[in-house]
Every structure is written in structure tokens, then in C-alpha cells.
Design a protein around this ligand. Structure first.
Ligand code: SF4
Length: 617
């Protein structure tokens, strides 16, 4: 049975005037979504997914951005030519949007209740009391506890997951025809992510909303969408039903994206990666926009643009590989060997490795201050007596939800925070309780890589200076020449070029910044590194490059890692052992195989069952 699409995007073009020239962020994109169905848009950052969404809801930043062509039909009517007043009526009423960071779209000075009632009154013409009753009903529907009390709360008093529920309540309160969810769960813990996505599904079933889901998490797409569009360079390069696309990806870009995803079956191998980066919309190459990064590139790919066309049963791809005219064209370069074909690293068996870090009954309590004189009224037990060991050349993953104490534990282990109690023995020496002078030699041996490399890099210093800074303070005996030699060796090791030393952090992509962060740590010759959500903010393709880099430096230098994360798919791939943390304590420990195949603690079971999985690749 064919259903009428709620939204039909036809040949949409959204361009931006920039100092570098015209940016074709969305360039001839077409798709439709039927009532009650979900279409996911996937692709790396900068491929045009979010701009497509903003074009549909008519929120393109002006004056730089403009719709250069095409139509957005909502229930058969093109909304692009409408006046601003009519567009405003459609936004939040017929089309709603949920953003990644709800705090940016919630008004901090208004209560939750007034923000929902405002939306209901504005779009549905209800009286104040009717709108209020409906708002409380919506808060209940999104399963916020005590909706009556929640109505009077302010956004900053709620957790990230609760704020996202409020956003959903606002977005769905007017029963929109189309809901756009742009990375709705990226910043959330896996258990909350599962709840939020289920909630959207339930409400979608109840009111038959069409959903446009934008995410870089392919497992979330697999679990939640019926159809997928893969975007690259402002275009849709592949479109198919979700199961078909994951089982039989046709476009080389889709294939590469899927191969970048870490998982248990890829343990011991390097992940496949996509060379290079997405070109900016002002610099798309001629012909196929994926040329230059594609492992199947043929002669002619760089000059003739492939059109998106249906290959079989609604499965469309834009690639010359399926064009009979191109079938006998030679490859423009030797077929690149897949990264994953590299041999597994040779290592000492895990059980024979010696210990580098031994943590006994580690505690870290934050004082809770109250009153005018800020007197300590009690303690928050962020880390409450954890014990673990990490072996040389091994990775222990510390997993658990936000606020369970993972980061505090990591910092206390390397003595960035002074523990309240317990001991940490590093390579046979107790480091807890050492004087600042005593701990100094250990500062370089125990290092940390943060989640957001940008905020941890000084924007006023050039990259060379940033990396050299640590070397100067921790290795004062090294002269300038030796430092510079070391610097260029390290840059090479992390895949950066020497000319980059004279550039500033803002000139780099997220993945390159994380490489700079890693170089800064490696330059001081650490033996143990805490990786605190080190790949969480990265695209799946860049994440694969960084995970490969961490694996290869571990193999080459015998480094040990504490890998702090809430994403369990990375844990399966990179870790040897896992410790699950909850409420400041470790509730379960074991090898990756033990934890993932037979978790014992109910919390571990809950955590694992919330992880979305792709079952066809
Ligand atoms: Fe690769 Fe050519 Fe297909 Fe583009 S058209 S994806 S370069 S094979």
C-alpha cells in the first residue's frame, strides 16, 4: 500500500555565500517521508545533513545562506515561497525539531511548563488552562517524574536526559506532521539514549508523525529507521531501505562508513578508514565528489558526475561502478589494500603480562559547601573504594553512565586529583601521598587525553608550541634541537606534517585536533595513558583513524590505557578488560569476552541491553 508522503524534498539546493566563495552545502537533494515512517540521513560532519534539516524547517542562517532552488512540499504544498508569518505558523506546529544540545534551544529564564504551554497556545489556540493541562500530560508522556512539579522547574536544574525529554515534549505537543531529530541522543548515555529513541518511536506510532533522523551513529539508524539516505558532499549518494543498505551497501562511501564501525568481530585487526577528509562545500571536486578518497576510483570518476539512480527495488546509488559504460575503465590507482587486511599485532598473551598500575580501595570525595561561609556540610562520594589492576601493554575500559565517577577515578589514578583514600602503585612505586617534587618524574609517565581536544588546546599557541610546552616543563634537560627533532618524529607518528607546527588549533578538523592532543601526550614518553572519552565527539571515520592510532602506538611502545567511555562498541573493539562503574563503585570486572557474553551484575546487563547493534554486517 502506497502512502502519501508528509514531506517531499525535490531537487533542494541550499547555498552559502562565504569569503572563500559559494558553498553548495545542499546540492540537488530529493527524498520523501511517509506518515509514521522514519528516514535517517547519515554521513560524516560537513556532508550537508543538518543544513538539509534546517532548509526543511526554513531556519537557514541568513543572509549568507539561501535556498537556490528546489521545493519542500509539506502535505503537497511547497513551503519555500511562503511569507515569514506563515512559515512561523508551520514551525513548531506542522514541523518540529529536536536538537543535539537542548540547553541551546530551551530558554533558561522560563520554567519548563511555561515553555510548553507557550508552544501549545501559539500553535493550537488553546486557553491557558487547556494548554497547561496538555503540557502536564506531555510531561507525563515523556515520562518525566512528578510532571506537576516538573512543570515549575527551570531547565538548568534538570539532567541532560531530562532536558532532552522536555525538548521532545515541546516538539510533540502540537502533534507535528514531521519531526526532525538532529543528533537527538549523541550527548546522552546509552541507557538514556535507548529510552529517548523508544519514546520518539512510541509517540510516532501514536500520532503517526513522519521522522527525519540525523545521526552519525549507524547502529541507532539500524534500530530506528525504515529508510536511509547517505549524504556526501551535499548530495545523497545512496538511498535504500535500512536492512538492504546495511546488508548490501552499493556506494563505496557507504561501504567504507560501515567498515569503520568498531565491534567485537574486528578485535585484533586495524579498523578500515576513509583517507582524507570531507571537502568544504566551496571546494567540491569536479565529477564524483567522493573521488580522491574512493578506493574504487576509475578513470573518468574525477570528471563525470554520477547521477543518483535506482539500481534495484528502490535501492539507488550515485556511482559509476554500476554504469555499463564504465565497466571496463581502468582503476585510476592500484586498488588500495583494505586497512583491515593488516596482520594482527603480535603481543605477549594478556595473562602473561606484568602489572603497570595497581589501585587499591581508591576514594575521592568532593566536599559539599553550604551557607555564606561555605562550610563543608558533607561529602559527595564520587569514587568510593575502587580496586583494579592494569597490565603493561593492555587496555582496561572503565564504563558507566555520566556522573558515575569514571573521570574522577581516572584523574585520581594519575594524581591529577589528590585521592581522599586508598593507594595507587605505578610500576612498583606507590604514588599516592608523594610530595610535588616526588611526583614530578611520574607526571610524564602517566598522562591523560581528553574528550574535547579543542578546549584543552591553548588557542593562542601554535601547534608546535603546544606540543613542546610539556616537553619543556617535564624534560628541562633537553636542548632546543633535541626537542625539535623529537617533535617532528612525534608529528609523523600521529599522521601530522611538520608544516602544521606553525598553525593554530582552530585551523584543524576535530580528528586532527585529537591527533595534536595525542602528540602532546606522546612527546613526554608516557607509559600509561587515561583516554577520557577520547573518540566520543568524532565522526565514525575519524574515530576509526584515532582508534587505529591508539592501537598502533600501544603495540609499538607497549603503552597501557585506561579507556573511559560510555560507548560499549568501542570497548568491545579496543579493550582487554572491562570494569563497570556505578555510583562511585565498580560493580563488575572481567575480560571483554566475560563481560559481553555473560554479564552478571544487573546494571551491566541493563547497560549492555541498551546498546543498539547492527546485525547484518
Ligand atoms: Fe568511487 Fe567513482 Fe563511484 Fe565516485 S563514481 S564513488 S569515485 S567509483
Amino acid at each position: 500500500m502506497t502512502m502519501t508522503p508528509v514531506v517531499e524534498v525535490k531537487n533542494l539546493k541550499t547555498y552559502f555565500n562565504t569569503p572563500e566563495g559559494l558553498g553548495r552545502a545542499v546540492d540537488n537533494v530529493s527524498f520523501s517521508i511517509e506518515r509514521g515512517r522514519t528516514l535517517a540521513l547519515v554521513g560524516e560532519s560537513g556532508c550537508g545533513k543538518s543544513v538539509t534539516a534546517l532548509s526543511i524547517i526554513q531556519l537557514i542562517p541568513r543572509p549568507q545562506g539561501f535556498i537556490a532552488g528546489g521545493e519542500v512540499l509539506l502535505n503537497g504544498r511547497d513551503i519555500i515561497p511562503l511569507g515569514e508569518r506563515e512559515k512561523r505558523k508551520i514551525r513548531g506546529n506542522k514541523i518540529s525539531m529536536i536538537f543535539q544540545e537542548p540547553m541551546t534551544s530551551l530558554n533558561p529564564v522560563l520554567t519548563i511548563g511555561s515553555q510548553i504551554t507557550e508552544a501549545i497556545k501559539l500553535h493550537q489556540g488553546k486557553s491557558s488552562s487547556e494548554a497547561r493541562a496538555k503540557a502536564v500530560d506531555m510531561l507525563e508522556k515523556v515520562r518525566l517524574p512528578e510532571p506537576g512539579r516538573m512543570f515549575h522547574e527551570y531547565p538548568h536544574r534538570l539532567s541532560g536526559g531530562m532536558r532532552q525529554r522536555v525538548m521532545i515534549a515541546i516538539a510533540l505537543s502540537c502533534r507535528p506532521d514531521l519531526l526532525i531529530a538532529d543528533e537527538p541522543t549523541t550527548a546522552l548515555d546509552v541507557t538514556i539514549q535507548a529510552e529517548i529513541l523508544n519514546l520518539i518511536k512510541e509517540l510516532q506510532r501514536e500520532i503517526s508523525t513522519a521522522v527525519l533522523l540525523i545521526t552519525h551513529n549507524l547502529a541507532v539508524v539500524y534500530r530506528n529507521a525504515e529508510n536511509v539516505g547517505v549524504m556526501y558532499g551535499g548530495k545523497i549518494v545512496e538511498m535504500a531501505g535500512v536492512k538492504t543498505l546495511f546488508r548490501n551497501p552499493m556506494h563505496p562511501y557507504t561501504l567504507k562508513l560501515l567498515r569503520c564501525v568498531p565491534g567485537m568481530e574486528k578485535r585484533g585487526r586495524m579498523l578500515d578508514t576513509i583517507p582524507g577528509t570531507v571537502p568544504p562545500p566551496t571546494e567540491f571536486p569536479e565529477g564524483c565528489r567522493f573521488s580522491g578518497r574512493c578506493h574504487r576510483e576509475m578513470e573518468g570518476c574525477g570528471t563525470i558526475e554520477p547521477a543518483l539512480s535506482e539500481k534495484e527495488n528502490g535501492h539507488a546509488a550515485a556511482c559509476h561502478l554500476y554504469d555499463p559504460e564504465f565497466m571496463n575503465k581502468p582503476l585510476s590507482r592500484p586498488l588500495l589494500a583494505l586497512e583491515s587486511a593488516r596482520p594482527a599485532p603480535v603481543n605477549v598473551p594478556h595473562e602473561k603480562r606484568t602489572t603497570i598500575l595497581e589501585v587499591q580501595d581508591l576514594k575521592y570525595y568532593y566536599p559539599v559547601k553550604k551557607g555564606v561561609f561555605k562550610k563543608t556540610s558533607g561529602y559527595l562520594k564520587a569514587v568510593d573504594g575502587i580496586s583494579l589492576t592494569i597490565k603493561k601493554g593492555s587496555t582496561l575500559a572503565l564504563v558507566g553512565e555520566s556522573g558515575c565517577g569514571k573521570t574522577t577515578a581516572g584523574k585520581a589514578m594519575i594524581q591529577l586529583l589528590k585521592p581522599t583514600g586508598g593507594t595507587v602503585v605505578f610500576d612498583g612505586k606507590e604514588v599516592t601521598g608523594m610530595t610535588p617534587r616526588g611526583i614530578k618524574p611520574y607526571r610524564s609517565l602517566m598522562q591523560i587525553i581528553f574528550q574535547d581536544p579543542y578546549s584543552s588546546l591553548n588557542p593562542r599557541l601554535m601547534v608546535g608550541e603546544i606540543i613542546e610546552e610539556g616537553l619543556k616543563s617535564l624534560r628541562p634537560e633537553m636542548d632546543g634541537k633535541a626537542r625539535r627533532e623529537k617533535l617532528s618524529r612525534i608529528l609523523d607518528m600521529v599522521g601530522l606534517t611538520p608544516d602544521m607546527m606553525r598553525r593554530y588549533p582552530h585551523e584543524f578538523s576535530g580528528g586532527q585536533r585529537q591527533r595534536i592532543g595525542i602528540a602532546r601526550v606522546l612527546v613526554v614518553d608516557p607509559r600509561f595513558i587515561v583516554c577520557d572519552e577520547a573518540t566520543s565527539a568524532l565522526d565514525v571515520s575519524v574515530q576509526a583513524q584515532i582508534l587505529n592510532l591508539l592501537k598502533s602506538i600501544q603495540r609499538d611502545f607497549g603503552l597501557s590505557f585506561l579507556f573511559i567511555t560510555h560507548d560499549l562498541s568501542r570497548v568491545e573493539y579496543i579493550a582487554d578488560e572491562v570494569a563497570v562503574m556505578y555510583g562511585g563503585k565498580i560493580v563488575e570486572r572481567g575480560t571483554v569476552e566475560e563481560i559481553f557474553s555473560s554479564p552478571k551484575d544487573p546494571y551491566t546487563v541493563k547497560l549492555l541491553s541498551a546498546v543498539p547493534r547492527i546485525e547484518t554486517v
